[in-house]
Ligand binder design. Structure first.
Ligand code: ZN
Length: 330
């Protein structure tokens, strides 16, 4: 399939001033390192579908990755035309076994997000999750006392999630009609959308006064910090940290940073109430070699502490969550 590319500008501040983080050759080298990293850590008999969320990314590799010199957003430039995105995500159809395995693996880590959501909101209520995928967060939120419905463009995963007893709307948040909720969550998904500002505006439209927006994204500041170290004497640490946290090869459309994401939500009528640095959810499963599962726990355990302590744009934190509220009176 041929792909059309176009030159981009920063979607947060509109600036065209950037510096390059990785060119095409750098990205290829990162992807080769990623294959090597995971092939060492998975058992040889691992069935190909289980590689899906590790090396066979839904997203194609970037041609070039840049950082906005004004607001810090990390993004692909040139970028695939948006019409290509629906094809990539809408057509993905994992088997029921794979979806159940993903649901089970992700549910435990989503439990802590559901708890954080409750703690920031100060109560339970209704919600919409954009990119509900295999329903792991919907289940964790229900366990916490929330009533979340999902929104996703993938009809195959939506059918699976409905089979678990959840309401899921086919499509994008922009297409959801007249629905008022207490919270909108976009976990691990805002970075893949064609137009994140439009999704934030749509989320705002579904929230009343004091409504909560909860976002979890890969941290562009972490990629911008560690990617240039891949040919330095810190290469081993940089490669391991980026690979463990799914940042090697930058398989995202956008790498928001705490600063650029704050700017984006403030532009759309929100006030940031909490930001926390984090590591990628655990991915070790039955196909992971035992030593690699231990390594993942140790690296992420140590890294999580460092991630939370890193100041400003949290360059040590590969992921972060941002919670923002609409103003009390609207
Ligand atoms: Zn910018």
């Amino acid at each position: 399939m041929s792909v059309a590319y176009e030159l981009a500008r920063c979607i947060v501040c509109g600036s065209a001033d950037t510096h390059e983080i990785a060119d095409t050759d750098d990205v290829h080298t990162e992807i080769e390192s990623l294959w090597e990293h995971h092939s060492k850590r998975l058992r040889p008999e691992t069935p190909p579908p289980h590689l899906m969320d590790r090396v066979a990314f839904s997203e194609r590799p970037p041609l070039r990755v840049v950082q906005c010199t004004t607001c810090g957003l990390v993004y692909r430039n040139p970028v695939e035309r948006p019409s290509e995105l629906g094809k990539i995500y809408g057509d993905e159809s994992p088997t029921t076994d794979v979806m159940q395995a993903l649901h089970d693996t992700q549910r435990a880590s989503y439990a802590s997000q559901a708890e954080r959501l409750t703690s920031v909101a100060g109560r339970h209520g209704s919600g919409l999750e954009v990119g509900s995928y295999v329903g792991a967060f919907l289940a964790a939120a229900r366990d916490e006392g929330w009533q979340f419905a999902g929104v996703d463009i993938n009809q195959c995963t939506n059918a699976f999630t409905r089979s678990l007893g959840f309401e899921v709307i086919d499509g994008t948040i922009e297409a959801v009609k007249s629905r008022r909720v207490d919270a909108v969550a976009i976990w691990n998904c805002l970075d893949q959308l064609a137009d994140p500002p439009s999704a934030i505006r749509a989320a705002r439209g579904h929230l009343g006064a004091g409504g909560l927006l909860a976002l979890r994204v890969p941290n562009g500041a972490c990629y911008a910090t560690f990617s240039p170290l891949l040919d330095s004497s810190f290469a081993f640490v940089a490669r391991n940290w980026l690979a463990q946290n799914n940042l090697l090869g930058f398989p995202y459309r956008f790498g928001f940073t705490p600063r650029s994401l704050t700017r984006l939500v403030e532009q759309n009528g929100f006030e940031v109430v909490h930001i926390v640095g984090d590591v990628l959810v655990p991915i070790a499963d039955e196909w992971t070699r035992p030593w690699a599962a231990v390594e993942e726990r140790v690296v992420k355990g140590l890294g999580k502490g460092a991630a939370r302590l890193s100041p400003g744009d949290m360059p040590l934190a590969p992921w972060f969550e941002l919670y923002a509220k609409t103003h009390a009176q609207t």
